[in-house]
Design a protein around this ligand. Structure first.
Ligand SMILES: *Cc1c(COP(=O)(O)O)cnc(C)c1O
Length: 410
């Protein structure tokens, strides 16, 4: 199945891993050989039918793919405009899209003879997916997580420990996702021989952004087939939430050549993009710089110091964005908007009561933009949004935001 994914699209990267002026590999000399050997292994795997047969088998029997494409009828009626479809990636094993990519990287790690897997995590979804696949294959797993996140995401920390992973709280910097990624990169350099670094989004030095995108592209590839079966044509508009940008790239990538398909990425606007950096909208509120081995749009102050993002959704709390999105933004192929915490919470509640689906707070941002857009469009316009995660992990955050005390709902 694989090979047709890689030949026809307009998008890069070039051999240096650059998407226009973005991406690349800004890494120390010690890291370079590791990255080159990973790239070599991935280049081999791309066209290796055995690799993709193993992926397909696990996607089908372990993850539960293909995920359904669902017509949200009551939501569509309620909004009174465009037809709204949801790609149900929240039904994957472990509850989000992260596992699509983790499986690919762990199969590569096994092929390279690596026995120790490290990962960074913010809200804990990537850490849980990595711990899960490591348990399945009997690999040692170490997850770096900001000390602040360890505190606010206790259920995911316990999940990772149940799955046999070691969770290392990171106290450097401000103790968040950015710092966890720095420590994971440091670990990699010092444990060269047996360790594989499994990155959770389309960030990091080349080949990670392109490789993670290719693993997540199964989302958009399925949507093409499913939409053809349901409507006999392509969707008109694609919408996805963006933290680092992997679920969005996965949905968008197989449609980049179809100029008639509108593509919209939704960043976390937190308290509002004008609210003194209390948001995570790297494209709408940041500017280009270098972080974690690539050049992209970042939240930074006048001196180039990276700023902490803010969002009600811990999974969108990354101060950068994948370099391919920076490029798609610059060439105008995709449009990027932001949605505030308040708007996302409203969409979250509407989805629960109209569709019987409790969404994660991340895709609630995408849904909030659907709610703005659909009423302005004709009834024969088709929107497809990526429901990239389920909301179980977020019920405490939502309860607090809505003024409920858990355990006291009477
Ligand atoms: C991690 C996560 C995100 C953000 O990551 P992307 O790389 O932008 O996809 C979004 N939604 C969910 C449900 C997540 O777990």
């Amino acid at each position: 199945m694989a090979n047709d994914l890689f030949n026809s699209f307009m998008t890069g990267p070039d051999e240096q891993g650059r998407f226009g002026d973005f991406g690349g590999r800004f890494v120390s000399e010690t890291l370079m050989p590791l990255i080159l050997s990973l790239e070599e292994e991935y280049e081999k795997a791309k066209t290796d039918d055995e690799f993709w047969a193993e992926m397909n088998d696990l996607w089908t029997h372990y993850v539960g793919r293909p995920s359904p494409l669902y017509f949200a009828e009551r939501l569509t009626d309620h909004l009174g405009g465009a037809k709204v479809y949801m790609k149900r990636d929240e039904l994957n094993h472990t509850g989000a899209h992260k596992i699509n990519n983790v499986l690919g990287q762990i199969i590569l790690a096994r092929r390279m003879g690596k026995t120790r897997i490290i990962a960074e995590t913010g809200a804990g979804q990537h850490g849980v997916a990595t711990a899960t696949v490591c348990a399945k294959f009997g690999l040692k797993c170490v997850v770096y997580m900001g000390a602040h996140d360890v505190e606010r995401q206790a259920p995911n920390v316990f999940r990772m420990r149940l799955l046999g992973a070691e969770v290392v709280p990171v106290t450097s910097g401000r103790g968040t996702l950015k710092d966890a990624m720095n420590d994971a990169l440091r670990d990699w350099v010092t444990n060269v021989r047996d360790t594989f670094y499994c990155i959770g989004t389309v960030a990091g030095p080349h080949p990670y952004p392109a490789m993670v995108r290719d693993f997540q592209a199964i989302i958009g590839k399925e949507v093409r087939e499913q939409m053809d079966a349901a409507e006999g044509r392509l969707p008109d508009t694609l919408i996805a939430a963006i933290g680092g940008g992997s679920n969005a790239m996965g949905l968008f990538y197989p449609f980049l050549d179809d100029k008639e398909v509108n593509i919209i990425g939704v960043e976390a606007g937190g308290k509002g993009v004008n609210a003194k950096m209390e948001h995570c909208a790297s494209l709408t509120g940041g500017r280009p710089g270098v972080l974690h081995g690539n050049r992209t749009y970042l939240l930074q102050d006048d001196d180039g110091q990276i700023l902490e993002g803010f969002s009600i959704s811990a999974g969108l709390d990354y101060p950068g964005i994948g370099p391919e999105h920076a490029w798609l933004h610059e060439i105008g192929r995709a449009k990027y908007v932001s949605i505030t915490d308040v708007e996302a919470l409203e969409a979250f509640q509407l989805c629960c009561t109209l569709e019987g689906i409790i969404p994660a707070l991340e895709p609630s941002h995408a849904l909030a933009h659907v709610m703005k857009l659909a009423p302005t469009l004709p009834k024969d316009h088709i929107i497809c949004m990526n429901m990239c995660g389920r909301g179980d992990k977020d019920i405490f955050t939502v309860a607090k935001a809505l003024g409920f005390e858990m355990g006291n709902f009477g």
